[in-house]
Design a protein around this ligand. Sequence first.
Ligand code: PRP
Ligand code: URA
Length: 212
Amino acid sequence: MHGMDLSVTVLKHPLIEHKLSILRNRDTDNKLFRATLEELSYLLVYEITRDLALRPVQVETPLAPCPCQQLAEQVLLVPILRAGLGMVAGILNLIPSAKVGHIGVYRDETTLQPVEYYCKLPPDCEAMRTFVLDPMLATGGSLIHAIARLKQRGLHRIMVVSIIAAPEGLSALQTAHPDVKIFTAMLDERLNDDGYILPGLGDCGDRLFGTL
Ligand code: PRP
Ligand code: URA
């Protein structure tokens, strides 16, 4: 792991670099894109869950009793629709007990402002360890809006998991939510005039769902 400052961590790993090269490639088809995003999400979450709380349990092996440890806290995944959906399955493979809430936000194509159209969270989720999932952190508007909505609903243990971030969006997100830790696989150069990340990977939702 490579820390940039207290709230942003760019996760460095050869497998992450390799998979990013597949995701970025314009010739990667929808099927491989989906599989690779899933694998990358799995790798990121493996890295950032090192501090999850454990509780002692006694297990009987075929040979003897054995003191073991099991997860003691409830994890909540909140993908931002649509592209965040592509991160859920990989993480659920790793943490099958995680609950999943959904928040639907799209960027208005002209203003780039976030527009919310859906929000469904599990009951009693306020104290859960919450990972907000969005592969693309561009202007930061979508994540800033989604996190504000989650805070309004009482959630307060929030972390962001993204794949590619632009410096402009990172700094906007840090300013809006300085208490939220942000994890990303890559910090790219900048946004273009249309608010797309350069070099980026194009439109993530379209590449995931074949709506290009
Ligand atoms: C994309 C992406 C992020 C958002 C990032 O969503 O999935 O949610 O843009 O941009 P921002 O940081 O400037 O807000 P999009 O609006 O394309 O919706 P979609 O996922 O439904 O395609
Ligand atoms: N959303 C995307 O899918 N890609 C970008 O580069 C920016 C926002």
